[in-house]
Design a protein around this ligand. Structure first.
Ligand code: HEM
Length: 146
């Protein structure tokens, strides 16, 4: 079921541009035939039914992704900025916030699993080096005094 939400300041949802329609993923998934093809790219829903025949990359690739999240495949191809501009034509609404996966939003680098900026990434080697330095000094001074 599609839900309408007004994102404009007037809040009346009129004028077309201010109203956002939210679609549940289960509803998008139903649009997976030649009759009607919807795709999700970065949390936005696109009706590409009329674009199918025009797609320079062919119909098949769009059909493979029909009714599903095509963000990864769309990015993997390395679509041009013209292709990204074209998306606007087919935009029909957003994925319902309850259906959004955390990674489909903007990525927070501080929550990166590899944690390259974590303090433990660089502080542990430094502590290790200091301890080694002390041990080295301790043993060299021991051997000098004996
Ligand atoms: C509404 C969504 C899409 C639009 C508007 C779109 C648009 C385009 C455009 C304009 C091109 C020509 C090359 C360029 O300008 O980048 C292209 C090529 C291509 N697209 Fe898409 N595309 C869409 C979705 C997809 C998806 C979901 C896939 C899935 C794999 C895909 C796969 C390809 C491939 C394989 C090519 C050929 C690339 C090449 O020949 O180098 N496209 N697309």
């Amino acid at each position: 079921m599609a839900t309408e939400a007004a994102s404009g300041s007037d809040g009346n949802g009129q004028g077309g541009e201010t109203a956002v329609t939210y679609y549940r993923l289960e509803e998008v998934a139903k649009r997976n035939s030649l009759k009607e093809i919807w795709l999700v790219i970065h949390g936005r829903v696109y009706d590409v039914t009329d674009f199918l025949k025009e797609h320079p990359g062919g119909e098949e690739v769009l059909l493979e992704q029909a009714g599903a999240d095509a963000s990864e495949s769309f990015e993997d191809v390395g679509h041009s900025s013209d292709a990204r501009e074209m998306l606007k034509q087919y935009y029909i609404g957003d994925v319902h916030p309850d259906d959004l996966k955390p990674e489909s939003g903007s990525k927070d680098p501080s929550k990166d699993a590899t944690c390259k900026s974590c303090w433990s990434y660089w502080i542990l080697p430094i502590i290790g080096a200091i301890v080694l330095g002390f041990l080295y000094r301790y043993y060299t001074s021991e051997s000098k005094s004996s």
